[in-house]
Design a protein around this ligand. Structure first.
Ligand SMILES: Cc1cc2nc3c(=O)[nH]c(=O)nc-3n(C[C@H](O)[C@H](O)[C@H](O)COP(=O)(O)OP(=O)(O)OC[C@H]3O[C@@H](n4cnc5c(N)ncnc54)[C@H](O)[C@@H]3O)c2cc1C
Length: 497
């Protein structure tokens, strides 16, 4: 990793651009802005970045073959796939281009395959290939009976959902962007000279331009800027994570024929060596409903039994829920208000991880069109993240690394083989792990089969020692992290005015 350029810590100063929301989208935008001589701020309500929808998705690097032709989403997913496929390996983001198989299970789905090929072609994606039932069972011997045929999409991949926003934000911070965590924007004032003042409980941040990338709360922030063009209606997606012993059962990402509401339930390997089944798609009203439901798990079990019967016999490591920022519109809601020097990046529903870098390009171009002067920096610093993917070498496997520092040979989390050295690195990183959940996402500690049953005490104690926080504080922060409502009562009051 390159030398750390000291970030600007003058929180009271006026920023050129403030980005609200440090999910994968906001972090990508901050990184893109960091290429230029600008004073930028990235702020998030939570105690760490990437704790919203960005930490709970299916982590597919989509090609956009199935997006609606002509939509902004189709354009940006296509471009985002290209950009992330190049940036990922440079930055050390785990990506595996496994390819996907979109399976037709009945005559109706079989008849839909030609239109999917046609749709992909209209999106400029020509590499779909028809796969006969015989070939399909050769490619995926454990697939349930009776699949009729499939389409192969060779460029679909799996990606690490945690390293991606962290890499974006780290590169942004290394290049001078100020990251303000635990900073929920609760009110916005605009002064006579057009400067926006973002009020958080501790600090008022002033910025000439503001980008709203607040995910599930983008509509609320949009409202604070005087707009009301969409409402976020969370679409809950529940998922099941199967133990690593299930990994040999599946070689590709197994997709369903999509519907208008969702891409359907999929089975996919993860970059951590597990297999996931999900997500469901259910419209709800509560933006904080992060818990699994018995009905959702039962529905997934039934789907999984059909797709890959042996999978549902395997041990389950965890279940989790992600909330898509769906709106009444089918496309992304990216709106530029040049006179107001404000951009809304809302409705980034179910493809935002794949499209993130292209959304960032699009937004920064729009800011330039709105008058923001973009003068490139001379030395845009690169970033190299610690590998937490199963396909690359991990520190415990690297004798030469252990020889230089024995802490890389001292395993603290045995299920995921996470070493003391990696935990200390995460705490000492440019954006340090300060919470248990943050450490999980940076190292995989506590993510394994035992879900921390054996190592939680050791991991938490080490994190407490290394960060100088008490174990009690860490446990309290971890609980707070489980409730992803960043706004509190004050914004609810403002909404009802
Ligand atoms: C079940 C599921 C499966 C998915 N699968 C895929 C997939 O396979 N591939 C893919 O590409 N995409 C997928 N997605 C979509 C993808 O996860 C999202 O599009 C993406 O994470 C959205 O990122 P974001 O930064 O816009 O939102 P978020 O990650 O939610 O970030 C928004 C941030 O804003 C902060 N915030 C909110 N309000 C405020 C405030 N007032 N002040 C300060 N900060 C605030 C929040 O704390 C949060 O950190 C999936 C989504 C779900 C739910």
């Amino acid at each position: 990793m390159p030398a750390h350029r000291e970030p600007v810590h003058d929180r009271d100063a006026r920023f050129d651009v403030a980005v609200i929301g440090a999910g994968v989208v906001g972090a990508a935008i901050a990184r893109e802005l960091a290429r230029y001589r600008l004073r930028c701020l990235l702020l998030d309500a939570a105690a760490d970045l990437g704790t919203g929808t960005s930490k709970a998705n299916t982590a597919i690097l989509h090609t956009g073959f199935d997006a609606k032709p002509g939509s902004l989403e189709a354009q940006l997913v296509n471009r985002g796939h290209h950009l992330l496929s190049h940036f990922g390996p440079e930055a050390g983001i785990p990506i595996e281009r496994l390819g996907a198989l979109l399976v037709a299970w009945d005559a109706e789905q079989l008849s839909a395959l030609p239109s999917i090929v046609d749709n992909a072609a209209r999106n400029g994606y020509m590499r779909l290939r028809h796969v006969s039932a015989d070939e399909l069972y050769g490619l995926e011997p454990h697939l349930g009976r009776v699949a009729l045929a499939a389409l192969e999409i060779p460029d679909e991949g799996i990606i690490c959902p945690f390293t991606t926003p962290l890499a974006f934000a780290t590169q942004a911070v290394l290049n001078g962007v100020v990251l303000a965590l635990s900073s929920p924007v609760q009110a916005v004032r605009s002064s006579a000279d057009g400067t926006h003042v973002l009020q958080t409980p501790g600090t008022a941040f002033a910025a000439r331009y503001v980008v709203n990338a607040a995910g599930l709360y983008a509509d609320v922030i949009d409202h604070l800027f005087g707009h009301q063009t969409f409402t976020v209606v969370p679409r809950r997606g529940e998922l099941i994570v199967f133990d690593k012993l299930a990994r040999p059962l599946v070689r590709h990402i197994l997709l369903q024929v999509p519907t208008t509401v969702s891409k359907g339930v999929l089975v996919s390997p993860t970059v951590f060596g597990n297999v996931i089944l999900g997500p469901t798609a259910e419209e709800i009203t509560d933006k904080t409903a992060g818990g699994s439901t018995a009905a959702g798990i039962a529905a997934l079990h039934a789907r999984g039994e059909r797709i890959l019967p042996a999978l549902v016999e395997e041990e389950v490591s965890a279940v989790y829920v992600g909330l898509r920022a769906a709106t009444e519109h089918s496309d992304y809601q990216i709106a530029f208000y040049p006179a107001q020097r404000y951009v809304c990046v809302g409705g980034i529903r179910s493809t935002g991880l794949s499209a993130s870098m292209a959304i960032a390009e699009h937004v920064v171009q729009g800011l330039a069109d709105a008058g923001l002067a973009l003068e490139p920096t001379d030395d845009f610093r690169t970033v190299r993240m610690a590998n937490i993917g199963e396909a690359g070498a991990r520190p415990y496997q690297r004798a030469e690394l252990i020889a230089t520092n024995p802490d890389y040979g001292r395993i603290v989390c045995h299920c995921e083989r996470v070493t003391r050295g990696e935990i200390l690195d995460a705490v000492g990183a440019p954006i340090p792990a300060r919470t248990i959940d943050g450490l999980r996402r940076r190292t995989r500690a506590l993510f394994g089969r035992c879900q921390g049953f054996f190592c939680a005490a050791a991991v938490t104690t080490l994190l407490a020692e290394a960060t100088g926080q008490s174990v009690g504080t860490l446990l309290a922060l971890d609980d707070a992290d489980q409730v992803p409502s960043p706004l509190g009562e004050s914004v609810k009051v403002m909404e009802s005015k």
